[in-house]
Design a protein. Structure first.
Length: 208
């Protein structure tokens, strides 16, 4: 169970907090959806939960354990908005093994299977994939690290209708094994697969 209690983020440079007293709980194998307009604090929120940035106050925990930012980096796998812009491997095998040269071909194959890309040769360049396939690859890059929770920033942004549908279907499948926390400005296809939904506005969250 992921729990977040009174999480706030107030960098010294800003007159008001970016995130204020955010609290939520998300059970394993659930998909939590946080919906909010541009600038409401969604990406900042995921940066806190993924341990990429230090919170000002509050608790983030898994089970009964409160976790510090460096521990959250092991707990969570963050898929950035437009993750395809960050690909740097020259082929699928390289992309999936970046930073993890110990991963076996079997593990690589399993990760690709999970996201429905196992039919592609490992020598395929990530840049030759379709938009939807690139999003799937970005998910596999995180899943291969076996995180406890998968964090997704605007997973359907920039995809056409059919690719958004396919991605939502994939996330619904992944939810059978993983816990997912998704932030988006456009709930669209994601709403029907969400177990819990929150609205975020000006750094404050409320359950809907
Ligand atoms: N370290 C920081 N210092 C100052 N301002 C910050 C900092 N981090 C975030 N902000 C500001 O906080 C606000 C929320 O940003 P954030 O990127 O989290 O919003 P968002 O909901 O993800 O928006 P978008 O959907 O457009 O990406 C923005 O106005 C941003 O400039």
């Amino acid at each position: 169970m992921l729990y977040i209690k009174n999480l706030s983020y107030h960098p010294p440079a800003t007159p008001t907090p970016i995130l204020s007293n955010i609290s939520l709980e998300l059970a394993p194998q659930q998909l939590g959806l946080v919906v909010g307009p541009s600038g409401s604090g969604k990406s900042t929120f995921l940066e806190m939960v993924s341990g990429l940035a230090e919170r000002t106050s509050g608790e983030i925990g898994w089970g009964s354990q409160v976790l510090e930012a460096y521990e959250l980096q092991y707990l969570a796998g963050l898929v950035f908005q437009f993750p395809e812009r960050h690909f740097c491997g020259s082929n699928l095998l390289e992309e999936l093994r970046l930073g993890h040269p110990e991963l076996t071909s079997e593990q690589v194959k399993r990760a690709l299977e999970e996201v429905g890309l196992d039919h592609l040769p490992l020598s395929t360049s990530p840049h030759d994939l379709s938009g939807g396939q690139q999003r799937r690859l970005a998910l596999a890059v995180q899943l291969i690290r076996q995180p406890n929770i998968l964090l997704l920033d605007e997973p359907t942004a920039g995809l056409d209708w059919s690719m958004r549908q396919q991605l939502a279907k994939l996330l619904a499948k992944l939810k059978q094994h993983w816990t997912l926390l998704v932030v988006t400005h456009d709930a669209g296809e994601l709403l029907p697969i969400a177990d819990q939904c929150w609205q975020i506005e000006q750094g404050q969250i409320r359950k809907v």
